[in-house]
Structures are given as structure tokens and as C-alpha cells.
Design a binder for this molecule. Structure first.
Ligand code: HEC
Length: 126
């Protein structure tokens, strides 16, 4: 037993280190925010960047803004279309809506889900 004890200590320390290493690794994997996580969507941090890239070219304040007479470059303007169903319907290419972005492929699923979730969560200015 006397000879076994140090061995046992070394062995169990090894297991401990290995398992700590493992949990550290999975923590690292979880650390960056999941871009497809749709809980508590933020208008400012998540919705606006998608719109800037994909929608403001036609619905922004610039010279090409206001396609179809529609400017979506402010919360108040966007809220109208969030509440009347067009924002979600258009972006998710739902039947009976005008698929957006106009004449372009649908947004990737994460971005589409982000906008739909923001509407479902009440389209608040958060
Ligand atoms: C290439 C230009 C273009 C892009 C990019 C574009 N739209 Fe549009 N959008 C239009 C036009 C044109 C209309 C008017 C369509 C009509 O009335 O037939 C429109 C209309 C709309 C409307 C008003 C409701 C309706 O269907 O008439 C909403 C809401 C809308 N777009 C949302 C978006 C969103 C959200 C994006 C980005 C994901 C986007 N659009 C990207 C051109 C564009």
C-alpha cells in the first residue's frame, strides 16, 4: 500500500488535470456568442447590422434609399412593417409577401431567424 499510494495520487491528479482540461476546452468553444441564438434579440446590436448590409442599400437614407417609397433606416419606420407583418413575411419569403431582399437570394437562415424572432419578441427598440 505504501508504494501504491504515490502512484494513486499521481494517477488521480492526472485524471483531474485531464478533466479540467476538457471542461476548459468546452468552455472556450461556448465562449463566442452563438450567432444563431435567437433568445432576446437586440434591435441595435443584431437587427440593424443585418439591415445595414442587406436592406439599407434600397431602404436607407442615401440617394438610393426609399425603394418602393419605403425607408427602413429608423426604428419608427421599421416598426410599422414589423407590426403589420410585412417585415417578417418579406424576409422569410412567406407566400403572399414580396420576397426581400428584392431580386436577391433570401437571407441566410441565421439572419432570417434573427429578424423573425425580433418581430415575434414584440419588435422593441432594445
Ligand atoms: C434591390 C432593392 C431592395 C432591397 C435590397 C430590399 N428591398 Fe425591400 N423593397 C424594394 C422594393 C422595390 C419594394 C416595393 C415592392 C412593391 O411594392 O412591389 C420593397 C418593399 C419592401 C417592404 C414594404 C412592404 C412591401 O412588401 O411592399 C418591406 C417591409 C421591405 N421591402 C423590406 C425589406 C427588407 C427587410 C430588406 C432586407 C432584408 C429589403 N427590403 C431589401 C426593394 C428592395
Amino acid at each position: 500500500m505504501r508504494r501504491l499510494l504515490p502512484l494513486l495520487v499521481i494517477f488521480s491528479t492526472g485524471i483531474l488535470a485531464a478533466s479540467m482540461g476538457c471542461s476548459k476546452q468546452s468552455e472556450d468553444k461556448l465562449a463566442p456568442a452563438d450567432p444563431c441564438d435567437t433568445t432576446n434579440i437586440s434591435y441595435k446590436n443584431q437587427v440593424v447590422p443585418i439591415l445595414v448590409e442587406n436592406c439599407y442599400p434600397c431602404h436607407g437614407n442615401g440617394s438610393t434609399g426609399g425603394s418602393g417609397g419605403i425607408n427602413l433606416a429608423s426604428f419608427v419606420n421599421l416598426k410599422v412593417y414589423a407590426d403589420n407583418g410585412y417585415l417578417k413575411g418579406n424576409v422569410t419569403h412567406a407566400p403572399g409577401y414580396n420576397p426581400m431582399p428584392y431580386g436577391e437570394p433570401a437571407l441566410p437562415p441565421c439572419q432570417m431567424n434573427t429578424i423573425a424572432a425580433w418581430v415575434n419578441q414584440g419588435a422593441i427598440n432594445n
